[in-house]
Design a binder for this molecule. Structure first.
Ligand SMILES: *Cc1c(COP(=O)(O)O)cnc(C)c1O
Length: 464
């Protein structure tokens, strides 16, 4: 076979891709007909595709390229580490400097007494660790019946059998026999879609109290933990009412339920603090991390746990681990990423510069005829597309029809914005500059206008 390089014609690369590459979360037959978009390089917030288009990546890849593309420092560190020690494991009483340094740095950055890190290769693996860890924790404390983990419908916690079970995506549960036993899902605090006539804050409280009702129904002696994203990401950037999280914390405290904050998206600055838990004011026992930990430059994830959880788990051999737990190259890259976040005050940039600037422009999109609510916290935002704002109506077409049309207009206008059903979401690199935010908003508005025109033309502006 000839070398496959960036210099091959797009059509040839697409044909090879269709012939051999199975894409995640994709109808691969359909994609083969259409041809996938081929990204060839990237710098800052801008991707370049094989046709030479320059695309503003308002999703930071998959919510992960927080420091932006093309940072040479990370490449240098990876090359240096590969030469010095490309691999060694952390099993069998051994360790290495990159894992030591990264765990120490994470402990320093994490709030409270979250001082211990169990490394994994991804967010999914880290949540699988959490399932085993919280159940084992209660077994070690003499309460082996406490094995149920409560999660939420429409949550996303990963795609492995365990983490996909924790997640509340019905489309995932339909395939492959999920969920595993002893996972229980309660309703999400999604006021726009499910709040009906209730005031937002009352609704937030009610949805939090669903946790208490579930604990009482299942029995306190059966429940091990509650897991949630501080702000739901893949579910559609759903910002809970302010009343929600304090009530969840109260309930976890009252019934001694371990609280797991899945910080895979919210962690490392995205919400304007180091962790989303700080933004929503909670004290988790365990945090799941991945994505922004390395800004996506290397695959790495982990679980940060409190002194107490670490002490209990450490009292016995934990029969769990991954070949790549604390991988030296990924750890070195993550450490360099954290150094950049800290030294360049990227979190402060989100909180004081880019965040407020984007918030103002993003919320102004709510004046567009297609946009119901426009929500944003730090660098994660969403808009609800609707045929009738006052009624918070959904479209008569199948969910996602309109969102897909809008996303295709964004692509055509060189903007990566994702759709979740008929909700449009963004999660740009944290280092985005105000002038780049202007471009993002201009392209988003143009795409919304074009989407609106298509809906008029196709008579798709009807409410369900
Ligand atoms: C992406 C994501 C995961 C899964 O991480 P992977 O690295 O894809 O396995 C888990 N939780 C949340 C909140 C995520 O957004």
């Amino acid at each position: 076979m000839n070398a496959i390089t960036n210099h091959l014609p797009t059509a040839e690369l697409q044909a090879l891709d269709a012939a051999h590459h199975m894409h995640p979360f994709t109808a691969n037959g359909e994609l083969a007909e259409k041809g996938s978009r081929i990204i060839t390089r990237a710098t800052g917030v801008t991707l370049t595709d094989s046709e030479g288009n320059e695309i503003l990546d308002a999703m930071a890849g998959l919510w992960c390229v927080n420091i932006g593309y093309g940072r040479d420092e990370l490449a240098e560190v990876a090359a240096r580490q590969m030469r010095e020690l490309p691999y060694y494991n952390t099993f069998f009483q051994t360790t290495h400097v990159p894992a030591i340094a990264l765990a120490s740095k994470i402990a320093e950055l994490a709030p409270g007494d979250l001082n211990h890190v169990f490394f994994a290769g991804s967010g999914s693996e880290a949540n699988d660790t959490n399932i085993r860890m919280v159940r084992h924790y209660w077994a070690l404390k003499g309460k082996p019946t406490k094995s149920i983990i409560i999660s939420r419908k429409n949550a996303y916690h990963g795609s492995s059998v365990g983490s996909g079970s924790l997640g509340g995506m019905s489309a995932m549960h339909e395939q492959g026999g999920l969920p595993i036993p002893d996972i229980h899902h309660i309703n999400q605090p999604h006021w726009w879609a499910e709040g009906g006539d209730m005031p937002e804050e009352d609704f937030g409280l009610q949805r939090a109290q669903d946790l208490e009702a579930a604990i009482l129904e299942l029995g306190e002696d059966r429940v091990a933990a509650f897991i949630a994203e501080p702000i739901q990401g893949a579910g559609g950037v759903i910002v809970p009412p302010a009343s929600y999280w304090p009530e969840i914390q109260r309930i976890c405290d009252k019934y001694e339920i371990l609280l797991i904050a899945d910080e895979v998206i919210c962690g490392f600055g995205r919400t304007g603090n180091w962790f989303g838990s700080e933004t929503v004011g909670i004290r988790p026992d365990i945090m799941t991390i991945a994505k922004g930990l390395s800004s996506g430059y290397a695959p790495i994830g982990g679980s940060i746990v409190t002194d107490e959880v670490a002490a209990v788990i450490g009292s016995d051999e934990f029969n769990h681990g991954y070949t790549y737990s604390g991988h030296p190259v990924a750890s070195a890259v993550a450490l360099e990423n954290l150094r950049i976040l800290e030294e360049e005050d990227v979190v402060g940039h989100v909180k004081n510069v880019a965040g407020p600037y984007l918030k103002e422009k993003w919320e102004a999109l709510a004046d567009h005829p297609l946009v119901g609510e426009a929500k944003i916290v730090g660098m994660m935002g969403s808009i609800a597309l609707t045929p009738n704002k006052a009624a918070r109506a959904v479209f008569a077409s199948d969910a996602g029809t309109v969102g897909y049309i809008c996303r295709e207009r964004c692509f055509a206008n060189n903007l990566v914005m994702r759709h979740v059903g008929d909700r449009m979401i963004i999660s740009p690199p944290l280092v985005i500059k105000p002038e780049e935010i202007d471009v993002l908003i201009e392209r988003a508005r143009k795409s919304l206008d074009e989407c609106y025109a298509i809906l008029q033309e196709k008579d798709l502006l009807k409410s369900a």
